[in-house]
Design a protein around this ligand. Sequence first.
Ligand code: RB5
Length: 142
Amino acid sequence: MIALGCDHGGYELKQEIIKYLEEKNIPYKDFGCHSTEAVDYPIYARMVGKAIQTGECEKGILICGTGIGISIAANKMKGIRAALCTDCFCAEATREHNDANILALGGRVVGPGLAVKIVDTFLNTEFSHAERHQKRIDLIEE
Ligand code: RB5
């Protein structure tokens, strides 16, 4: 299950990502927001982060205008590794190296075509070379 969250700056891009998830039959839970009316992104970061902390969702996607505020907020939460990505290279690397559990996107930064490719890469790349990277992830947790 993929947890989705956004603020008003990410709402339109979230709708594009929902289309992609539905086409691919990927289950998701949408924590809002549900329009372009101004809201506060930390609230949505918290709901998505919590869904991952409790195990309700395996990964999350958070979107605000830049992806910056919402990823900063999510990364305050224990066990959350939110990666702001603007390209597929970073989306692949953050799964392989950081075992990122949240992808953050900027709705005012990346277009829908690129964003969907970034999502596809993020969701389909496994954490790898744990012998090298797990120790570093553990150090982050400490
Ligand atoms: C909202 O205008 C904007 O500040 C927000 O979407 C985000 O970009 C914050 O980092």
